[in-house]
Design a protein around this ligand. Structure first.
Ligand SMILES: Cc1cc2nc3c(=O)[nH]c(=O)nc-3n(C[C@H](O)[C@H](O)[C@H](O)COP(=O)(O)OP(=O)(O)OC[C@H]3O[C@@H](n4cnc5c(N)ncnc54)[C@H](O)[C@@H]3O)c2cc1C
Length: 494
């Protein structure tokens, strides 16, 4: 590792944002819509309502527009992922006939951090500039608190006097924050949340990850690829929560083969400082106790919706530990106040928040709309290789009363996968037999995230095995596997 990197400064992004902030705040302070939160849920809703000529006030407490997604979530984590993935490819170069002298390929963290900073700042400014072009939209960087069903108090981050606004309808898009277990030692400085991990100024020599969910496994693969020794401690009997069991088990095998240590069915009981290191104490299912020493602990044990300080008590908006309670139109218990994205609970994805935000904007504009449903949602877990999911697992489909079967295609026999040197993982369809509607597509492979485009269309449009089989998929590509699997289902059904 080279010299100490210039760390990404949220303050810098905030200063730039302030320059761009709309200073022509409407003096009447009456708006058709108040949007609280400028992440992937609130920002697209603002743009859609503003584009339709509505008077909209967007208040966002973050360092710039973009929310968790841009500053503390998927964009920075995928910037680290990109470096880690490329590094692993370069280290495997000899298998492709490319000789690189040993020890010459090392990550330069200062460059990674500078790259992250440039992308985040650029994207945040770009979003703000787009919003500002809409004449009816005002943006205030600061905090909003509901004072009643139609009134809110806005406290600008600039330090200017707080002021009150009136609104016709409001959208709560305040996102989520890390939820930490009440463990002894959880406050120690060596313990990081995903936010802290994405701000880290060096690659730790060793990392204990508490939580083998999507974020924990992503970080485990990223930092293992960058050179950290990684050990994941997961309470459940298997990693990655409710995803297809066969894919989860395959991912466990791949992770262990790479050298990531994985302990499942364990209970972390406490954390203790030991010099400049930290020790995690945990028990296994059989009652045996263990300790794990590492340079840093990453605690990724779930996320909780952000509702603190939002003034919900001044309204009839209700929330529980899962999030703000909404009906099928995303309306809360307070008529005219709606919630989208992480604030409204699971699923917590940027694309889900955007789909909800855009659907809600149509609803608020009186346009025909169908709100997104989890049964056609997509999900990518950026491990290396990735896991991609569209629609339902077999178990989920059966719980919904569907009669389904599953079929799979292993990538070890696939031409494109063999050429790429990543002939591992599988493609799986969950479908109505004998060759009917495909209700779920599950992928474990290099590039699974990009393969999900086709999977999303298949599931959303309710395409059948026959229709996918009759589409001409180009050879030799990863996408071709969709056609091969569909044809093999047809062959075994005739
Ligand atoms: C490490 C990590 C990796 C992730 N990777 C992915 C991924 O690969 N793909 C994916 O789809 N999703 C990913 N996610 C999830 C994704 O980031 C979230 O689902 C998404 O950001 C939710 O969008 P949102 O608009 O609901 O909320 P957020 O993005 O959290 O935005 C909410 C905004 O509201 C602001 N706010 C809160 N309270 C107030 C208030 N009182 N007044 C004004 N503003 C307020 C916040 O400051 C924030 O700017 C990841 C998350 C994490 C943590």
């Amino acid at each position: 590792m080279s010299e100490k990197p210039a760390s990404f400064s949220k303050g810098e992004a905030a200063r730039k944002t302030k320059k761009l902030e709309n200073t022509t705040m409407n003096r009447s302070r009456k708006f058709d819509f108040l949007i609280i939160g400028g992440g992937p849920g609130g920002t697209p809703a603002t743009m859609a309502l503003g584009s339709a000529g509505k008077r909209v006030l967007l208040v966002n407490a973050g360092p710039g527009l973009g929310g968790t997604c841009l500053f503390e979530g998927y964009i920075p984590s995928k910037i680290f992922w990109e470096t880690s993935r490329r590094l692993q490819d370069i280290r495997d170069a000899a298998a492709f006939g490319i000789n690189i002298p040993e020890g010459t390929v090392t990550p330069d963290w200062s460059v990674v951090i500078a790259r992250k900073k440039a992308i985040l700042t650029g994207r945040s400014e770009g979003a703000l500039q787009t919003v500002r072009k809409l004449p009816g939209v005002d943006v205030v960087m600061g905090r909003a608190m509901l004072l009643g069903p139609r009134r809110a108090r806005v406290a600008p981050a600039s330090g200017e006097e707080p002021f009150e606004v009136e609104f016709g309808q409001a959208v709560l898009a305040t996102g989520s924050a890390p939820h930490l277990p009440p463990l002894p030692g959880i406050d120690l400085p060596q313990v990081l949340t995903s936010e802290g991990m994405l701000e880290i100024d060096h690659i730790p020599e060793s990392l204990a990850v508490i939580g083998g969910g999507p974020i924990g496994m992503e970080m485990a693969h990223i930092f293992h690829g960058l050179g950290s020794r990684v050990h994941v401690l997961e309470m459940a009997p298997r990693i990655l929560g409710p995803i297809d069991e066969e894919l989860a088990i395959a991912m466990e095998e791949i992770s262990r083969r790479k050298g990531i240590e994985l302990s499942t069915s364990v209970n972390v009981t406490g954390l203790e400082e030991s010099g400049d290191r930290i020790t995690a104490a945990y028990t296994e299912e059989d009652g045996s106790t263990h300790s794990l020493s590492s340079e840093r602990v990453l605690a990724v044990t779930g996320r909780r919706p952000v509702v603190d300080g939002l003034g919900l008590e001044n309204t009839s908006v209700r929330h529980d530990h899962g999030g703000i309670v909404v009906d099928e139109n995303l309306e809360t218990g307070e008529p005219g106040i709606f919630a989208v994205g992480d604030a409204a609970g699971v699923p917590m994805f940027a694309h889900w928040a955007t789909a909800q935000g855009l659907a809600l904007a149509r609803h608020l504009l009186g346009q025909p709309v169908s709100f997104p449903t989890p049964s056609v949602n997509t999900d990518v877990i950026f491990t290396i290789p990735e896991v991609g999911i569209a629609g339902l697992t077999k178990a989920e489909a059966e719980r919904e009363g569907l009669e389904v079967e599953e079929a799979k295609y292993p990538y070890k026999i696939d031409g494109r996968a063999q050429i790429s040197g990543h002939a591992e993982g599988m493609l799986k369809f969950v479908f109505e037999p004998p060759m009917g509607r495909i209700v779920g597509v599950h992928i474990l492979s290099e590039g699974a995230g990009d393969l999900l485009g086709e999977a999303a269309l298949i599931v959303r449009k309710g395409m059948t095995v026959r229709e996918v089989a009759s589409s001409i998929h180009p050879h030799p590509t990863w996408n071709e596997s969709f056609g091969i699997l569909a044809r093999s289902i047809m062959a075994s059904s005739t």
